[in-house]
Design a protein around this ligand. Sequence first.
Ligand SMILES: *Cc1c(COP(=O)(O)O)cnc(C)c1O
Ligand SMILES: [Zn+2]
Length: 422
Amino acid sequence: MKKFNGYRCSICGSEYLPGQVTYTCPKDGGNLDVILDIDSIRRKFQPEDITSRTESSLWRYLPLLPVSEPEGDSTPLHASGWTPVFSLPRLAEKLRLKHLWLKDESRNPTASFKDRASAIVVTRAREIKSEIVVTASTGNAGAALAGMAAAIGQKAVIFAPRSAPQAKVAQLLVFGAKVILVDGTYDDAFDLTVQAANEFGWYCRNTGYNPFTVEGKKTAAFEIWEWWIEAHSDWHKKDSSLDDHPPLTILVSVGDGNIISGIHKGFKDLLELGWIPNMPRIIGAQAEGSAAIANAFHAGTETITPVSAATIADSISVDLPRDGVRAVRAAAQTNGTYVTVKDEEIISAIAELGAQGVFPEPAGAAAYAGLVKAASLGVVGGDDPVLVINTGSGLKDVRAALQAVQSAPIIEPTLEAVKKLL
Ligand SMILES: *Cc1c(COP(=O)(O)O)cnc(C)c1O
Ligand SMILES: [Zn+2]
């Protein structure tokens, strides 16, 4: 079965056949949206055909994906996605929200949201018979690519800034990728990766640049859709006043803008299929020191002006976001918005989520920090049902985590010492 019809440029709207282009629009460099054959999917499938599947990974959504399912159903490729959603009643009360949930993407095989993209990209690489896949990464995209590539015996090359947190570099190395640390920023690594891919004929996974990353990331939207149907039916039983509740508000942290664009794409697919009646609201959270997309959004433009990024949240530290245009639209077209948060607010959010049993890395905590900000600004109201996405595990950046808490006391091994301390 043909899995997709081609690509459409997100800037000029030009369309291309599947074999015509690989990465971006040849005319203006715009990022390409994969065009699915929505009519044929609609004819062949009902929502129940998906929701009744027993597959508990992103491959559950195979009919809506532009690749075929990879062989072998017990590799980490089949452990990507299908992450849990927790309710956070104590934080809801604190923020005076009726309903607050968190979707925990740190449960993915390499402990970040990036596994969704990498699972699809390595599958695509296989299909087009690329032997070596390369990516630039602040750490997580590389770890995800290295892990997924290792799972199916593919070669991966990762360019990361030398400042990447040690745990992420360790992941890259343990997964057996060729790791090249660049004495520069993520943006320098990005440009170098594109050049190297062209020079050596490698398949480039770079975020935004490769049209298939969004196709992986959109699976989170499908999961939210399924979970929402479930949560919804629960509500009807418990509280009839919620029958005409406001739409779901989703908060996600934003660096390059590819996750937020992916979530938007997923809901657009569902809307086009007629499987959802309306869109949820999507709110992006950026670090104040890396806010190029938020700046553009609030200036009412799709023109992204680069910044000189500086934030503790390395995964969202980006000078020139590579999916800025679509990221602005994700909020603009869903009645959402962008908020920015200070590093101190991100660090507090690590401790607040930690106290609920969730351990985020700084970029993951930024989404919750963004919710605190949005609630204080009145952008999110008490009746809005809210879902925050934790995009990555706190174990990836222990140094940042330790800034969120007080250090533990050290005592003599005697009960006396314990008593004195208490
Ligand atoms: C990559 C990443 C993000 C941001 O995703 P973008 O697509 O760059 O906006 C947020 N959090 C974590 C943990 C990430 O790894
Ligand atoms: Zn174009």
